[in-house]
Design a binder for this molecule. Structure first.
Ligand SMILES: Cc1cc2nc3c(=O)[nH]c(=O)nc-3n(C[C@H](O)[C@H](O)[C@H](O)COP(=O)(O)OP(=O)(O)OC[C@H]3O[C@@H](n4cnc5c(N)ncnc54)[C@H](O)[C@@H]3O)c2cc1C
Length: 491
């Protein structure tokens, strides 16, 4: 049965009260791409699911990515053909069936420095990429001479001899994450952001495991009884697993830090994205209507995950790489925002260089009925979810029902909901102070339909103000906060 997909204070309270005193099939811990994808997969197979997150929906790594739905050209270099093929299949599904409203084609230039060798070597890689993709949605790659390349990207360094043009896809990661969680709710999953897993109470005579979860907004604790638990906790998996094992070491995750910086659209003259392999990672230069997103770095992070932050070295590195490919350098003062995220990588035999670690996912049995999943990519969230739910069913001794998410389009009601709010209350059509491309209704919609609770939820992940406007002033924040309080408390 289809339920409402609206996520707000009422659905959050209902999610916790509905599971009270009953045994559910599955508790998913973590509502990033992997956790929300797992909740959707399990709910669509008819399981009763509660998905919780200690913070916002997609508030962890899933809102700090390069925002690409891609096969990962550089994984070809590492010989990860299977991963690239799988990612390209997911790219096609998202572009054509699951989320064409949230994922769009993005043309890239791969600049060439050496006339013959680069064109032959990189061209062969892109031919393989095209063959593996067999895409109906995106054109195949092609060679552009120097003049055409510079016409597409006037600020490209004049030392290039040409470029290869190919297509991948772009999303808004936070928005896609919310859409997956909403689609899970539509299929009956109970969705409760700002609720943390805190304690294991063990398995009772009835065969159910009981855990204590804490509502991070009210401080109240609740007991959840469940047949199985999926830890989709990304870089926090060692701590989440320790709730069951008592030992931090059992599930190992390598934390690979990636930093992005944001430039105003006027900082660079170019009409397409660039991709440039670097020593330590891959440089992406991605245009949006109102800004450029420049990423990324790839270095191991050894401090606690909640403390991840961009450092001076990261920004220097990105600006240095950018200077190597542009005709004129970008000044540090032009950078309006930076952010950092942690890739939750499965450890492998390769040590010391996180850029070379596999992006494949790994499922680990933490305790009876408790499985964790780490590794993978945003692009492959659906495959990760499907593998995990298969494994949970096997672990519980249940018959395997097939995964149906390849045929379930994600919720696409955002614009209708904003329009309905304005129709009901025309004052909500007014622009936000200092952010004229956003209306008050956008804030209300975020709180009543998209699960936003705190000011950060609205500013950083629903409206994404630091990405979309050059300067976010205190007046803008105060205005957003006033509308948020009105929507959540006074309305
Ligand atoms: C810089 C960077 C760039 C990237 N670019 C791309 C890209 O362009 N394309 C791509 O496909 N992939 C990309 N990735 C990879 C991708 O972003 C990640 O693989 C993916 O987002 C991981 O999702 P996740 O759900 O596993 O983890 P997360 O999104 O981190 O979710 C884990 C969640 O668990 C919650 N949690 C933790 N502990 C608890 C607890 N005790 N109780 C309740 N909740 C808890 C956290 O709050 C968090 O929300 C990039 C990653 C980085 C860092």
């Amino acid at each position: 049965m289809m339920m409402t997909s609206a996520l707000g204070p009422a659905s959050r309270a209902a999610a916790l009260s509905r599971v009270d005193g009953r045994i559910i099939d599955l508790l998913v811990v973590g509502a990033g791409a992997t956790g929300s994808g797992t909740a959707l997969d399990a709910a669509a197979r008819g399981l009763e699911v509660l998905v919780i997150d200690k913070g916002d929906l997609a508030g962890g790594t899933s809102s700090r990515s390069s925002q690409l739905v891609h096969g990962g050209l550089r994984y070809l270099q590492h010989g990860d053909i299977g991963l690239v093929r799988e990612s390209l299949r997911e790219r096609e599904l998202l572009l054509t069936r699951l989320a064409p409203h949230l994922v769009r084609p993005l043309p890239f230039l791969l600049p060439l420095r050496r006339p013959v060798i680069d064109r032959a070597y990189l061209g062969a890689g892109l031919t393989l990429y095209d063959v593996l993709a067999r895409s109906q949605a995106l054109p195949r790659h092609r060679y552009l001479g120097r003049r055409s390349a510079l016409a597409r990207f006037p600020d490209l360094t004049p030392s290039v001899v040409g470029a290869l043009e190919f297509y991948d896809a772009k999303m808004d990661d936070a928005r896609l994450g919310v859409a997956i969680a909403r689609t899970a709710a539509q299929h009956g999953a109970h969705v409760a952001p700002h609720v943390a897993l805190v304690r294991d109470l063990g398995v009772g005579m009835d065969g159910a495991r009981r855990v204590v979860v804490r509502d991070e907004l009210s401080g109240e604790e609740h007991t959840v009884a469940t047949r199985s638990i999926a830890l989709c906790t990304g870089v926090w998996t060692p701590q989440a697993a320790a709730v069951f094992t008592g030992a931090d070491e059992q599930v190992d995750v390598v934390q690979s830090k990636g930093v992005h910086l944001r430039l105003p659209r006027s900082a660079i003259d170019g009409h397409t994205a660039l991709i440039v392999p670097t020593e330590r990672s891959v440089l992406f230069v991605i245009p949006e209507r109102d800004h450029w997103l420049i990423g990324t770095t790839d270095t191991e992070w050894l401090e606690p995950p909640d403390e991840v932050r961009p450092e001076e070295d990261d920004v220097d590195f990105l600006l240095g790489e950018l200077a190597g490919i542009l005709a004129r350098p970008v000044a540090r003062e032009e950078v309006t925002w930076t952010y950092a995220g942690l890739r939750p990588l499965a450890p492998s035999s390769v040590e010391g260089d996180t850029a070379k670690l596999t992006r494949e996912h790994r499922i680990v049995r933490v305790a009876p009925g408790v499985l964790s999943i780490v590794g993978g990519k945003w692009t492959t969230y659906r495959v990760m979810a499907s593998d995990l739910v298969d494994e949970l069913l096997r672990e519980g001794g249940h018959a395997l029902t097939p995964c149906g998410t390849a045929h379930l389009p994600l919720v696409a009601t955002h614009d209708e909901e904003v329009a309905a709010l304005i129709a009901e209350d025309p004052g909500l059509g007014e622009p936000l102070v200092g952010a004229p491309s956003f209306r008050r209704a956008d804030v209300v919609q975020a709180c009543l339909h998209e699960g936003a609770a705190t000011l950060d939820d609205v500013v950083l992940r629903r409206l994404r103000l630091p990405l979309h406007i050059d300067v976010v002033t205190d007046d803008t924040l105060a205005d957003v906060d006033a509308v948020r309080s009105w929507a959540l408390v006074d309305r």
